[in-house]
Design a protein around this ligand. Structure first.
Ligand SMILES: *[C@@H]1O[C@H](CO)[C@@H](O)[C@H](O)[C@H]1NC(C)=O
Ligand SMILES: *[C@@H]1O[C@H](CO)[C@@H](O)[C@H](O)[C@H]1NC(C)=O
Ligand SMILES: *[C@@H]1O[C@H](CO)[C@@H](O)[C@H](O)[C@H]1NC(C)=O
Length: 519
């Protein structure tokens, strides 16, 4: 029998698999208490369990530093016990963006954000968020004072020490992509605070607004080169000189520009909507990058043809922008994106994989407890610009974009992956696993865990939409998205294909679960 959503739903309803009464909190290894059928029949209840455990990541010195409010990239965990070991004492604007989006939903009163942040006292969730954001603001302002050259933006930085400094390799240089993510996250947070109507929230909103307004004045100086080019990484003369100092200089570090139609576009929109660049420069930015948005077709293993936007690697990471700006308000953009998830899920079945590929850390060598390097080239080669890929490690966060179209199917894939040995630990899901079942990446990070949580909460795009409408910049944004996507996608094939459910489990090759999170 072909497994699809309709048949599963019928099965689950017929056997009324889980007419169980309200139960106590889920156990650490709760994934093993669920089947795909049950998840499809009640995705929200599965999400409730998932959020409870992913929320265990949100702890001082694991996910963030309570003293300065800043994210930590994550934490290594012991291969046998799952207990936290070496710290990851650094972070970047991209992790900051995830944290801020999460808090945006908490302030907006989203019960699932509260479940994550404060399951026993959900009413306290907004205050937990605003207290940390107050500390963070102070840290950002202090960083701006100490390192004025960054113009309010952030490099990769050490965040475990209370005074944040650029990491060794990020002195005098700043990345554009991550900072595009950061500014839009802050934008959403401010609008959530303004809506809450509380006096203390308004004050915090004002503080963040001043920070954001400052970055609007420095963004083009720092990131815009000329002829429509936006720097991927900007090198500055000195991080001690403010952008307005006549001796300060900025230039693109290399001839690598942020001209991608993926995450990097968040900075393009920031410059478009808020900088004082001329209309000609703004137009030039879109002209310079437009050829990168390419229509491609997936047709493999009896699935297809399905029209998709060609990926860089077709890693889930690339789609990040849709969490932050209301791209899906564009009918054509949303339909193209929906096709991407048809392909992502069905390609998993076609390739008989127990999970989904996306850029992620390599697996741990159990002898040394060391995780290998980050593996960027992982996605779907047949519809990617870069076809030379490494398909040995899969990761639960490969599911996040699916959730925006079908929560049940997305969670079913997530569940399929975390059901593998060692894929749950006392901080929720584990980073990734070898698809042959012989290893895992023994760590927990914002990227591999919280990107999925933020997607489940809907990102901050809806709150950002309200803000954009209020400011009168929404129509410009939507017109640009419509222009880009309708030009590139005059016809779409494959919109009738159903999302596919996982069909292969992670092989059991004798790995043992973490001793601190057993079945
Ligand atoms: C950042 O520092 C500059 C001085 O270099 C100052 O003019 C600016 O007001 C500061 N920004 C904020 C948000 O405090
Ligand atoms: C695709 O790869 C080519 C060659 O490496 C590169 O020049 C081009 O910029 C890439 N395009 C995209 C959309 O990444
Ligand atoms: C992942 O780690 C394994 C084992 O150390 C190594 O052989 C492999 O080359 C690594 N893969 C990548 C893409 O770095």
């Amino acid at each position: 029998m072909k497994l699809n959503k309709a048949t599963l739903l019928a099965l689950a309803t017929a056997s009324s698999a889980y007419a169980s009464p309200a139960k106590k909190e889920p156990r650490c290894r709760f994934a093993l208490d669920w089947t795909t059928e049950e998840i499809i029949a009640d995705p929200d209840r599965f999400a409730w369990d998932m959020l409870y455990w992913e929320g265990h990541f949100h702890q001082d010195k694991i996910a963030y530093n309570a003293e300065n409010g800043m994210t930590l990239d994550g934490r290594y965990i012991d291969f046998v016990t799952g207990e936290p070991i070496t710290e990851k004492p650094f972070s970047a604007s991209s992790k900051e963006a995830l944290q801020i989006m999460l808090y945006t939903q908490a302030v907006a009163g989203n019960p699932e954000a509260a479940r994550f942040l404060s399951p026993t006292k959900p009413k306290q969730a907004p205050k937990i968020a605003t207290d940390i954001m107050q500390k963070k603001l102070e840290t950002y302002l202090k960083f701006n004072e100490t390192f004025p050259g960054f113009g309010g933006f952030l490099p990769w930085m050490t965040t475990l020490a209370n005074d944040v400094t650029p990491t060794q390799d990020w002195h005098d240089r700043v990345p554009g992509l991550d900072n595009g993510q950061l500014v839009w996250a802050v934008y959403g947070f401010i609008h959530a605070l303004e809506k809450s109507g509380k006096k203390s929230d308004r004050k915090l909103a004002q503080g963040w607004q001043e920070w954001l307004d400052y970055t609007k004045t420095t963004a083009d100086k720092i990131f815009y080169d000329s002829d429509g080019k936006v720097c991927a990484v900007t090198a500055m003369k000195s991080e001690q000189l403010s952008p307005s100092d006549p001796n300060q200089e900025y230039k693109c570090e290399t001839e690598t520009y942020l001209n991608d139609p993926y995450e990097g576009e968040l900075m393009t929109y920031f410059l478009q909507l808020f900088s004082s660049l001329s209309d000609d420069d703004k137009q030039a930015m879109w002209e310079y990058k437009k050829w990168q948005l390419i229509s491609d077709e997936y047709d493999q293993g009896g699935v297809g043809p399905i029209t998709v936007e060609r990926g860089f690697w077709f890693s889930a990471h690339e789609l990040w922008k849709v969490l932050q700006l209301p791209y899906y308000d564009s009918d054509i953009m949303r339909r193209v994106s929906h096709n991407a998830e048809r392909v992502r899920t069905c390609n998993g079945v076609v390739t008989k994989a127990p999970g989904l590929y996306a850029s992620i850390n390599n697996y741990t060598d159990p002898a040394t407890n060391e995780v290998g390097n980050y593996i960027s080239p992982a996605g779907i080669p047949s519809i990617a610009n870069n076809t030379d890929q490494y398909h040995v490690v899969a990761t639960p966060y490969g599911t996040w974009p699916i959730m925006l179209f079908d929560r049940g199917v997305g969670l079913a894939w997530w569940h399929n992956m975390v059901s593998g040995k060692k894929m749950q630990n006392k901080f929720g899901s584990t980073e990734g696993f070898k698809i042959d079942g012989t290893g895992v990446s023994s760590m927990v990070t914002w990227d591999s865990k919280i990107l999925t949580v933020v997607s489940l909460l809907g990102g901050s795009k809806d709150i950002v939409r309200d803000g954009m409408k209020k400011e009168g910049i929404y129509d410009d944004f939507l017109a640009q998205v419509n222009r880009d996507y309708s030009r590139t996608f005059p016809v779409l094939k494959g919109e009738d294909v159903e999302l596919c459910l996982p069909q292969n489990s992670v092989p059991d090759k004798g790995l043992e679960d973490y001793t601190s999170c057993t079945a």
